[in-house]
Every structure is written in structure tokens, then in C-alpha cells.
Write a protein that binds this ligand. Structure first.
Ligand code: HBI
Ligand code: FE
Length: 288
């Protein structure tokens, strides 16, 4: 068994690169309705909360028309804007397959949509998380370059045995990142913008720490997959995020091999503290 739990190659219905047909004509009216329900709930919440590049991308791709979007349609505009496209996959794919798609500007998106009783939480990324959450940011040229750089970096991190550290960078930016603006922090991470409850929690709740982004610090910070985050990292700009990935990761990995992990709620003297969180939410959940 491989480290990431995938024993065999792609499932029988998938191509060698794990992609499948989206099968857009086969979505049922009930499935389209789930998309519309989620879409309307999130877009009512996002103005004033989501970062401008996300809102612009949502607009540019017209993601709400007739429910679940047809990848063939959105790929025309996405490809014109940044050279990216969305490809359908059955679910999670092995790390190296995922990185190869990203490095080549293809975003692997789950083809299926969640069930009506999973509107608030599900384990595997579905089409709403992947397309509504991730794809709008891929219309931004700087973020588009960052994601491709991440894919190339993933290939290198795997060779260095540093994948766990690099995955933290993805988690705290692509999935749960905040962006500083003159009007205050805004959400751009897909895990936040696709979640009704975390879209509110990430910005308004006094419990989590909100810290200035520091690449190496982030790569030393574990994360939670089962609940709201205990710490969010705020980037000053998308360009600053891209620039941080253009450093020599070889030297960073040398240092990380010697460094300890930073406990999830710890604040270091060197941190730029935007919110010193109470951690009340996390403490209450731990006591349950
Ligand atoms: N597969 N479909 C899919 N989506 C992901 O976000 C994903 C994946 N495979 C691996 C993976 N993510 C992680 O290894 C990276 O986020 C580090
Ligand atoms: Fe995601």
C-alpha cells in the first residue's frame, strides 16, 4: 500500500491520468437543485467577506447558470483568462497525479455532488467545493501561477520526503487562506468560501488566531481536517504569496528537517498577530 492509501491505479471507468467524463447531461434536476441551493446560500454571504479576485472570478465564469456548471462551457473562459482548465475526477486522486495536473494547469474536480443531508459538511471534495470553491481564484493570473508553482513544488517535495510540510502550505493558503485589504481581512481559501459556517467563523469568531503569513512558519504548523481552523494566515497580497514560492525550497527543507512543529494554537514572539484568538471554540469542542 502506498503512503497515501491508493493501492492500485485509476478505477476502471477512469483514464490513466485519473480523469473521467463529467457526464454533464446526466445530472438530475435534484442534483442541479443542490448546486443552486448551495450557490445562493454562499453568494448571499460573500460580498464584503470574499476577496475581490474570488468574486470577480465567480462573475467571469457565470457559475450559477442552470445549476451544476458544464466544464466544457467554463473552460473556454478560464482557458482564455489564465490557461487553466477543469478536469473531472471520481474523487481524491494520488498526490503525484494531483501535482502533475496542477503543474500543467489542470484542476482536478470531483464530478459528483453532495447529498441533500450533506449540505454543511462532507469528507471528500465534491463538485461544489472544487468548482465553486477553487475555480474562481484560478481566473486570477497571479493565483493561477501560484497553483501551477505548487504543483511543480509538490513533485519536488515528494522527492525530498517533505510532502507533509508542503501540504500545510496548500491547506493554509489555497484551502483556508485570508487576504488583507484596506477594508479588512477577506476570505479566498476554497475550504472557507464553500462553507457557510466557516465563511462567518473565519472572519468574525474571536476563537481562532489570525496571523501574518510566513511561508516557513506555515509549513511548521499542523492543521485540522475535522473542524474549523484554530489559526488562519493572512497574506498581504497574492503577489506576495507567489513571490514566497519563488525562493529556494531546498534550503527551506534543510531547515524544516531540524525544526519542531509549532502547536496549532501557539503564538510565537516573531508572529505578526492580527487577532490573538481566545481558542474558546476549540476548547469547548475538545470538552464535548
Ligand atoms: N485529489 N481530487 C483531489 N483533490 C485534492 O484536493 C487532492 C487530491 N489528491 C491529493 C491532495 N489533494 C493533496 O495531496 C494535496 O492537497 C497536498
Ligand atoms: Fe479543496
Amino acid at each position: 500500500m502506498s503512503a497515501d492509501g491508493f493501492t492500485n491505479g485509476p478505477p476502471a471507468e477512469a483514464r490513466p491520468d485519473w480523469t473521467i467524463d463529467q457526464g454533464w447531461p446526466d445530472y438530475t434536476a435534484a442534483e442541479h437543485q443542490i448546486w443552486i441551493t448551495l450557490y445562493e446560500r454562499q453568494t448571499a454571504l460573500l460580498p464584503g467577506r470574499a476577496a475581490e479576485p474570488f468574486l470577480r472570478g465567480l462573475e467571469a465564469l457565470d457559475l450559477h447558470r442552470s445549476g451544476i456548471p458544464d466544464f466544457a462551457r467554463i473552460n473556454v473562459e478560464l482557458n482564455r483568462l489564465t490557461g487553466w482548465s477543469v478536469v473531472a475526477v471520481p474523487g481524491l486522486v494520488p498526490d503525484e497525479v494531483f501535482f502533475d495536473h496542477l503543474a500543467n494547469r489542470r484542476f482536478p474536480a470531483g464530478q459528483f455532488i453532495r447529498k441533500p443531508d450533506e449540505l454543511d459538511y462532507l469528507q471528500e471534495p465534491d463538485i461544489f467545493h472544487d468548482v465553486f470553491g477553487h475555480v474562481p481564484m484560478l481566473t486570477d493570473p497571479v493565483f493561477a501561477d501560484y497553483m501551477a508553482a505548487y504543483g511543480r513544488g509538490g513533485q519536488r517535495a515528494t522527492q525530498r520526503g517533505q510532502l507533509a510540510n508542503l501540504a500545510r502550505l496548500y491547506w493554509y493558503t489555497v484551502e483556508f487562506g485570508l487576504l488583507q485589504t484596506p477594508q479588512g481581512a477577506r476570505i479566498y481559501g476554497a475550504g472557507i468560501v464553500s462553507s457557510h459556517a466557516e465563511s462567518i467563523f473565519a472572519l468574525d469568531n474571536p476563537s481562532p488566531n489570525r496571523l501574518g503569513f510566513d511561508l516557513e512558519r506555515v509549513m511548521r504548523t499542523p492543521y485540522r481536517i475535522d473542524d474549523f481552523q484554530q489559526v488562519y494566515f493572512v497574506i498581504p497580497s497574492l503577489q506576495a504569496l507567489l513571490d514566497a514560492t519563488l525562493q529556494d525550497f531546498g534550503a527551506i527543507y534543510d531547515r524544516l528537517e531540524q525544526a519542531r512543529d509549532i502547536p496549532i494554537a501557539e503564538i510565537l514572539p516573531t508572529d505578526e498577530v492580527l487577532t490573538r484568538g481566545t481558542q474558546d471554540y476549540a476548547a469547548a469542542r475538545a470538552a464535548q
